[in-house]
Write a protein that binds this ligand. Structure first.
Ligand code: ASP
Length: 418
């Protein structure tokens, strides 16, 4: 773990990030649309730098981590705990969304006429068998080039487990190789992160500068409902899980996670945030590479609490706008499909809203009226996406900390690092 540095506040990264966010909001409000093209490229450059390291990071992190887990039994145990945590927290999030949207009823009487709609990206329809087949890459290099994370993760886990089964000599050579490569990539990550405040400033300026207000007014109550749900999950549910399942003080964990939270908020992409998350979870929270390399890349891809909450609340909202009553069983179907849809959502901006059609379909909500409401929701999706991505990333980090504790890593979150 890094040592607490004796730096003045303004030289600490998390303060620089807060200041950058504030300046970004002010610049976006004052500069508006005109400023966007001037600063947007800086954010794009920063994002590209982070995306550049995702594939090598996932490869070296998972292979070195899984190879050092040891026996298949150990790997199976880690896998079981990880999946158990993902399903439990995503289900809690979806239920929170369900409860709030039923209490607040933001869709009853909402008038969405006249609000500008956005363009819908294409959604390929897939059967469950297609989803299973998609887990295995036909060509690893192509999967990496397309940024298809799940097949890459599957390949890396298989390769790591195979290395663990090799005789001692070649096993040592390969573990040393992948561990050394992982260290190099992490060093590169930390170098890129020095520019985090500049990247955050540019990305926030772009978001604030290019948002219109009228859609925000029409969907205000709906946005508030989602925001409230995300806040409850972030500040109540996950801290309780951290405290009671991991014996971890939530306040310390929050402090250790400021950088990934800011990054997730600014980029709306769990995948782009992954390098920053791994850095914080290993160097600040103090989780071993063995656990973090297993839990975090997979978490960024399949564990999306914020998205599960959003799917659930979003679908009920749409049913309320349409005046359709969803009964108890149908609401349970919504929760279950919201969970599955959040697992299938890509870790990129707006993925959550695109896959809402899967959940809508499960309760027979379809047709031009439904499409029109979703397109209106897309127009105001960015701030909600920022918030749910932050929740997604935070939940991954809690999972890593809790699982590490359960594996006997007592140093986890033992101290705050500036
Ligand atoms: N943007 C989210 C993420 O990357 C996914 C979503 O749209 O809900 O975690």
């Amino acid at each position: 773990m890094e040592q607490r540095a004796n730096l003045p506040w303004y030289r600490r990264l998390h303060w620089q990030i807060f200041v950058a966010m504030g300046l970004g909001i002010v610049a976006g409000l004052i500069g508006g649309e005109a400023l966007v093209p001037k600063v947007a490229w800086i954010g794009t450059l920063f994002l590209k730098l982070l995306k550049m390291i995702i594939v090598p990071l996932v490869l070296t992190s998972i292979v070195s981590g899984v190879a050092s887990v040891g026996s298949g039994r150990d790997l199976g145990r880690l896998f079981g705990k990880t999946m158990g945590y993902y399903v439990m927290t995503s289900a809690l999030a979806a239920l929170t969304g369900l409860l709030l949207v039923n209490l607040i009823k933001p869709g009853v009487g909402a008038n969405l006429g006249g609000v500008e709609q956005a363009e819908m990206p294409e959604l390929a329809s897939k059967t469950p068998i297609d989803l299973v087949l998609d887990l295995v890459p036909e060509n690893v290099v192509r999967a990496a080039a397309d940024g298809d994370m799940l097949p890459i993760i599957v390949f890396c886990i298989l390769l790591g487990a195979t290395i663990a089964a090799l005789p001692k000599a070649p096993q040592r050579t390969l573990i040393d190789f992948f561990s050394a490569a992982f260290q190099a990539i992490m060093l590169l990550t930390r170098g890129i992160m020095r520019f985090l405040p500049i990247g955050v400033f540019a990305m926030i300026t772009k978001v604030v500068g290019s948002s219109g207000v009228e859609a925000f007014q029409a969907l205000g109550l709906y946005m508030l409902t989602i925001a409230l749900g995300l806040l409850v999950h972030l500040f109540v549910t996950l801290p309780l899980v951290l405290r009671f399942l991991g014996g971890i003080p939530p306040a310390i964990h929050f402090r250790n996670m400021v950088e990934p939270l800011a990054m997730a908020f600014s980029t709306s992409s769990s995948a782009a945030t992954l390098p920053v998350t791994i850095n914080a979870v290993e160097n600040k929270v103090g989780v071993s590479n063995k656990v973090s390399s297993f839990v975090l890349p997979m978490g960024a891809t399949v564990n999306m609490d914020g998205t599960a909450l959003y799917e659930c609340a979003g679908v009920i909202f749409i049913s309320q706008v349409l005046g359709a009553q969803l009964g108890f069983t149908e609401q349970l179907i919504v929760v279950a499909t919201a969970l599955l849809a959040s697992i299938g959502a890509a870790a990129v901006p707006s993925a959550g809203l695109v896959i809402i059609f899967i959940v809508l379909e499960a309760v027979n909500l379809r047709g031009p009226e439904v499409d029109a409401i979703v397109l209106t929701m897309l127009a105001i999706d960015r701030p909600l996406d920022m918030a749910r991505t932050a929740v997604n990333v935070f939940s991954d980090s809690c999972g890593a900390a809790i699982i590490a504790r359960s594996e006997g890593e007592t140093e986890v979150d033992a101290r705050v690092v500036a």
